[in-house]
Design a protein around this ligand. Structure first.
Ligand code: GLU
Length: 702
């Protein structure tokens, strides 16, 4: 059994090779989107330089340690993440040195050189983190939202702890403990409540033992002894299927069988052992080692009291084992007492909810532990295990759980619910009060709330825009996608794209940061086919399109048509009943004066401008880390500077100016950012821009 095979995803010092850039055919789209979008000609130094620039907020030539830490924790990486150890070690060494030389200030400042040297060691992960290219890009918001779900679920005090194993029958205050933890496939971690409290895994050992049996023998052999169907009766029922096999590996009979298969080869042959008496100890050490690997090298412990308590009361499991032996269900080499004892040992392994979430994250990640990069099980084994968890993991509630929650999960009598969202994250709740079926009452409620909020149900993907949130999408990206893409299509006359987006649920009346709508742009760019389509839609359903929507300056689409002198467009709109707004005095730009840069990536530009208009510096810094140009302009030649000025976002303006954004770009109507600040009475922003304008030649239209 090989548990030491390392994933290559954390290879150090490895510049992107040509081959890496050509992996598009075999990499699933979701993973592709998370690859760094770096042109192949770019040298490694430029990448590191860009990361430095994104965090050097004031362009002072240094990054504050607190800014780096905040950026990493915001995306869900702890500064002590093992995958960052080289970089963090180098930074700590540098800061210590700076402190020793008593350069007070420098103890918090990391200049360009040391920063670049340090991040180089873990560049792939740090780059993805600072660019926000992780499976949950807006991790902070997501954590706040799931914490709110946790708080609401915590009010549920229904159910009672298991009492058939005396040590599980917890009293106050332990019975009301509640923990929630999650770990994404990128190793982003978050935990709430009693997440450091240890509990025994009980039935949550079943998927692990099943995987271990599969790893040792392969699925054909294992399923000669265990079926794959839900049993239709309770987890410890004295029943086997028609072939006298346990129904599946997630109920007690099946788990006893998996246990009998672990280490079987070593037991029969004594292979590789100097002393055959060492076998049982080595087998359990192997189990613990597997758990440690699944937990990201955190140490699982063992509860002797729970073990003894269960051993003394395991009448039903004894009955089951004898029943199976009578039916000759076990492999001939297996010893009944040994199997029972080993099974109870495995149930008595202790972890925290946080550790368990990493186990679930490892399953979500196809068997590679997200926080260490170590492959623990093959993806084939994980696929088998998740299939069984999907149909049989939640006791007699498994069918309803598959229907309502639609995710592979395993619960246990200690109150654990381990949930796997494949390719996204693993999640664990722990709360000892169980419902009458034996599932944690809070665990079930939390899962239900989770899939009511997010499109995580296995089949949410089929329902199109279900109205649920997709945390895999950055909200700013989502906005640019739904608004800017529609407006761009309208401005270019791409009616097909508009119709496509409409089918996907997009809104024809969407508005950008300047309250511009697709119709404004179609009118401005003389796209008669698009305007005709909008007018027709409006005729059929007056609520679906507003022909007279007002933009930031009070202008209607008809104003745009007049401004650009599109005679045919004016006629079309007026015949449909469109009216003029309050933007009659607007003029067009003197096109040759500082034209804004029209970008090759309009959606990224959209994201940048949205972020600027909302004062979202974190999002802007991520876009800078991605190499997005700060001067890029949209379909109205509006730039991030224009919007930051109009909204009085001085923090953003300072950042943009420090990073070399043009101060005097002119939009469609010839306005500069300073014009915008003055027009919107953004006094501080105007002052800031005026000071800058003194050093460059630019004038407001006052
Ligand atoms: N050790 C427990 C038993 O066999 C595990 C049961 C469970 O968590 O479902 O009874």
């Amino acid at each position: 059994m090989n548990y030491s095979e390392k994933s290559s995803s954390f290879d150090r010092h490895r510049p992107m090779k040509q081959a890496d850039m050509h992996c598009r055919v075999s990499v699933p789209q979701s993973k592709l989107e998370r690859l760094p979008s770096v042109p192949s000609s770019e040298s490694v130094d430029e990448r590191e330089e860009r990361l430095f620039k994104s965090l050097d907020y004031g362009n002072h030539g240094y990054v504050l340690t607190s800014d780096l830490q905040r950026a990493l924790t915001n995306i869900g990486l702890a500064p002590n993440d093992r995958r960052l150890s080289e970089s963090m070690g180098a930074l700590t060494a540098f800061l210590k040195q700076a402190q020793l030389s008593e350069e007070e200030d420098t103890s918090r400042h990391i200049p360009r050189g040391p920063f670049i040297d340090a991040v180089r060691s873990n560049i792939v992960l740090i780059e993805r983190a600072l660019q926000g290219r992780m499976v949950i890009p807006d991790f902070r918001t997501f954590c706040d939202e799931v914490d709110a779900l946790y708080e609401r679920t915590k009010l549920n005090r229904q159910g009672a702890p298991a009492d058939y194993i005396p040590q599980l029958n917890l009293g106050e205050p332990d019975v009301d403990r509640f923990a929630m933890a999650l770990c994404t496939v990128d190793g982003q971690q978050h935990a709430t409540g009693d997440y450091e409290h240890r509990f025994t895994v009980q039935s949550a050992s079943k998927p692990v033992n099943y995987c271990m049996a599969l790893a040792e023998h392969g699925p054909e052999f294992v399923h000669e002894y265990i079926g794959q169907e839900p049993s239709g009766s309770s987890f410890n029922e004295l029943t086997l299927n028609k072939q006298n096999k346990p129904h599946n590996p997630m109920i007690n009979a099946g788990a006893l069988m998996s246990s009998s298969l672990i280490g079987l080869s070593g037991r029969t042959s004594g292979a590789g052992q100097e002393d055959p008496r060492a076998w049982a100890g080595e087998r359990f050490a192997h189990v613990m080692q597997t758990w440690r690997a699944l937990c990201g090298q955190e140490e699982p412990t063992f509860s002797t009291s729970v073990y003894l308590s269960e051993r003394e009361t395991a009448d039903r499991n004894h009955a089951l084992a004898y029943f199976m032996r009578e039916k000759r269900a076990f492999p001939s080499e297996a010893c009944l007492h040994d199997v029972l004892d080993f099974y109870i040992q495995c149930c008595s392994i202790e972890v925290t909810a946080q550790m368990m979430s990493v186990v679930a994250g490892t399953l979500a990640n196809g068997g590679v532990c997200p926080v260490t990069g170590e492959r623990v099980f093959s993806s084939e084994i994980v696929r088998h295990c998740l299939s069984m968890m999907s149909s049989c993991g939640m006791y007699d509630y498994s069918g309803e759980f598959a229907f309502k929650v639609g995710l592979p999960a395993k619960s246990s009598v200690s109150g654990v619910v381990m949930v796997v969202i494949p390719n996204v994250m693993g999640l664990c709740t722990w709360s000892p009060r169980l419902d009458e079926i034996g599932n944690s009452a809070r665990g079930l409620e939390f899962c239900q709330r989770l899939v009511d909020t997010y499109n995580f149900h296995n089949f949410d993907s089929l329902t199109g825009l279900s109205g649920k949130r997709d945390p895999r999408m950055d909200p700013i990206h989502q906005r640019a996608l739904s608004v800017n893409e529609m407006i761009l299509a309208a401005s270019k006359g791409d009616l097909g794209a508009i119709q496509d987006q409409l089918k996907r649920g997009s809104d024809l009346q969407c508005k950008d940061y300047d309250l511009r709508t697709p119709l404004h742009l179609a009118a401005a760019e003389n796209q008669l086919n698009v305007v005709g389509f909008f007018i027709e839609r409006q005729r059929l359903d007056p609520e679906s399109v507003n022909l007279n929507a007002r933009d930031r300056w009070g202008g209607t689409p008809l104003d745009d048509a007049y401004l650009q002198s599109h005679a045919e467009m004016i006629e079309l709109l007026e015949q449909a009943g469109a009216v003029r707004g309050d933007a009659r005095e607007r003029t067009l730009a003197q096109r040759n004066t500082h034209p804004a840069l029209v970008t090759s990536d309009p959606l990224k530009t959209g994201e940048l401008i949205w972020a600027a208009s909302r004062g979202n510096l974190t999002a802007i810094s991520k876009l800078v880390a991605q190499g997005v140009s700060l001067e890029a302009a949209d379909y109205d030649l509006r730039t991030a500077m224009h919007l930051a000025a109009a909204e009085g976002e001085t923090g953003v303006l300072r950042y943009l100016l420090a990073h070399g954004a043009t101060v005097n770009a002119r939009d469609r109507w010839g306005s500069t950012p300073l014009d915008e600040a003055i027009r919107h009475n953004a006094v501080d922003a105007a002052e800031l821009l005026r000071a800058k304008c003194e050093t460059v030649t630019c004038q407001a239209d006052e």
